[in-house]
Design a protein around this ligand. Sequence first.
Ligand code: B4P
Length: 196
Amino acid sequence: MLNIVLFGPPGAGKGTQSQKLIEKYNLIHLSTGDLLRSEIAAGTKLGMEAKKLMDNGLLVPDEVVSGMIDNKVKEHRSAAGFIFDGFPRTVPQAQSLDKLLRENETEITCMIALRVDDEELTKRLLLRGQTSGRPDDQNEELIRKRVLEYNTKTAPVADYYAGQGKYRAVDGIGEIEDIFNELSQQIDTLKEQNKK
Ligand code: B4P
């Protein structure tokens, strides 16, 4: 299986690039942000709890997101692989993902990070906020809070995978198509290595 963690701060382009990668490599897209937003749209208890945190730029508890991912991985046992988008966002989430994949006799192939600076992130998310209707994209203060949450809780996840020799990064600034080509090259190299 080809299991990629697409990593980066809010607005780095994880969602954008995942859409293109799943098509090219026939992978299942698992975005915890999307899963949480569908819970909110369906008005579930979990969704209502998550909404309070998301609207304030905070992370949702680890057990909630890990539980959602567990269910989805089990639903797609025979898939060619997964793109994990926006997950894991904390070290405990990464540990629970490793455990889950081990139980399913597979593992993370690689984490690929999209590197984008804070000013560009703020610009992109404010722009998206004009059309998306997403409450967490509406003001600069909230966006900066999400970036802070990322820097304190999520950035260490990169060290977790680096410790396993599974960390790579690409420049996330530039044309969407150029970034996609760069990611594809990294994935093609991994696939070749996997065959050996
Ligand atoms: P997410 O839904 O994961 O979203 P995100 O970080 O905002 O965005 P992403 O990086 O996917 O950006 P996108 O491609 O859309 O998280 C939302 C919230 O959910 C979190 O704050 C948290 O509360 C909660 N949550 C989710 N997962 C969690 C977890 N595991 N644990 C705890 N809580 C969790 O791109 C953004 C914009 O940039 C778009 O408008 C796009 O068009 C534009 N863009 C993309 N690439 C570009 C490029 N190259 N140039 C210019 N613009 C570009």
